[in-house]
Design a protein around this ligand. Structure first.
Ligand SMILES: C[S@@+](CC[C@H](N)C(=O)[O-])C[C@H]1O[C@@H](n2cnc3c(N)ncnc32)[C@H](O)[C@@H]1O
Length: 422
């Protein structure tokens, strides 16, 4: 019942042309400017009850329709094999197929050891200890892949010798063999396919493989659906998603990261991401070797930021506060201020907070992405700087004194990126 009421209100809201936009402008400028306390109150309520928006029924979005099953994946993302994958019948898998003891680390398997000893230590197949293990399986009338006897198994192993020769000749980094995989409850990729062949790929350091997702754990589907719902209520995602199985549409790409990367003088140090949103940049910079701090004011974003961080096994710190309430004593090597500072030009009090914040910030380099001053949302702002005025404003109030425009546009938006430094 509660869901239906919310859904009806939401549908009416969506049916009246421009209503959302008008209300947004009204709410942002007219009321909030006059009664700033009301804005604080509304945000307080939203931050406390944001999860209610997930009840909004939006059946346009079904994650299973949007999820692709065939795509390329970094081989390093597949670390486990599901033990009884040979059954080839998913219905025979236990419910907890994605947890120990139903999975084994690929490198701990007899299959991997056999392949490693043959291809890296050059030992003949039959001379390898693990070979006896497979011979026993076959003599107990059990199958290995499609092999029912030792002769067939040896023929199969010899076909791996041929594959090895071919792979060594082929210099491409991507191999188009559709390995069947499952996605576990925490988004982990698990092999449900030929472990001998994948072991060979690991040993010869293939970077990317083609996969076919044939199984997703219900808890992973639940998380994906919930995340998609959250995203659809908010409009478009602001950043690309890191997890390869969350392939929901976003017009934002890796372009901004690549531009910053090209203009980066260091590859480690402390990095502060202001208004981190889902912390895409912290994932990327942690991979490079940075110690990252993601500051984000909205608990709703932080909720998903944490989940996405844990799924990827990342370590960056998440601070759920306004940047103005930060009390970090750190001296940052890099500060990312992407699409955030213009929010503070809208109101006098925020503008003053920004000046104070810039004065207290200890840093060496800032990557700054300003807004496009002609954008509607800035129409009634307290101050509306053009790009270069904005950069000079930052220089005036921070410890930085030089700047460089490193690109003019990104992801099709008129929002340049500046490097500001000492
Ligand atoms: C327009 S998005 C930009 C996200 C990201 N920096 C990027 O460019 O991809 C602004 C983000 O800053 C967050 N934010 C707004 N005011 C903030 C504040 N005072 N302190 C920390 N985060 C804030 C918003 O919740 C939102 O996630």
């Amino acid at each position: 019942m509660k869901n239906q009421i919310i859904s009806i209100i939401w549908n009416i809201f969506n049916k009246i042309p421009n209503l959302k936009e008008r209300l947004f402008r009204f709410y942002a400028w007219k009321i909030f400017e006059k009664v700033p306390k009301l804005k604080d109150l509304i945000y307080k309520i939203y931050d406390r009850f944001w999860f209610l928006e997930l009840l909004i029924d939006n059946d346009q979005f079904n994650p299973l329709d949007l999820q692709t099953n065939n795509y390329e994946l970094d081989l390093g993302k597949i670390n486990f094999v599901v033990n009884n994958y040979q059954a080839n019948d998913m219905s025979k898998l236990p419910n907890e197929w994605d947890l120990v003891p139903n999975i084994t680390r690929i490198e701990d398997t007899n299959e991997f050891q056999l392949i490693k000893k043959h291809f890296t230590d050059n030992v003949d197949w039959k001379e390898i200890n693990e070979y006896k293990y497979f011979r026993n399986i076959l003599s107990n009338n059990q199958k290995i892949l499609n092999c029912s006897n030792e002769q067939e198994f040896i023929t199969y192993l010899k076909s791996l010798d041929d594959s090895f020769q071919k792979l060594m000749r082929d210099e491409s980094t991507s191999v188009h063999y559709g390995f069947k995989v499952g996605v576990g409850r925490f988004g982990e990729f698990m092999l449900l396919d030929d472990i001998f062949l994948i072991s060979l790929f690991i040993i010869i350091s293939i970077k990317k493989i083609a996969i076919e997702v044939v199984l997703r754990h219900p808890l992973w589907i639940k998380f994906s659906s919930e995340f998609l719902r959250f995203q659809s209520v908010h409009g478009e995602l602001y950043q690309p998603l890191i997890h390869p199985d969350l392939r929901f549409e976003s017009s934002y790409t890796d372009q901004r990261f690549l531009i910053i990367l090209e203009n980066l003088a260091i590859t480690n140090g402390a990095l502060l991401d202001i208004g981190a949103n889902l912390a895409y940049f912290c994932h990327k910079f942690e991979d490079l070797g940075f110690d990252c701090y993601a500051v984000e004011i909205r608990p709703s974003n932080v909720h998903y930021m944490k989940k996405l961080r844990d799924i990827e096994g990342k370590k960056f710190k998440i601070i759920n506060k306004s940047i103005f309430d930060l009390n970090l004593k750190l001296d940052f090597d890099i500060v990312l201020a992407l699409n955030i500072f213009h929010h503070f030009l809208r109101e006098k009090e925020l503008y003053q907070n920004l000046i104070e914040f810039l004065g207290s910030l200890k840093l060496k380099t800032m990557y700054f992405q300003p807004h496009d001053p002609s954008e509607k949302i800035m129409r009634n702002a307290y101050v509306n700087y053009d790009n270069e005025q904005f950069v000079r404003f930052i220089i005036k109030y921070s410890c930085l004194n030089k700047f460089e425009l490193i690109n003019k546009q990104s992801d099709g938006r008129n929002r340049p990126i500046y490097k500001i430094f000492k």
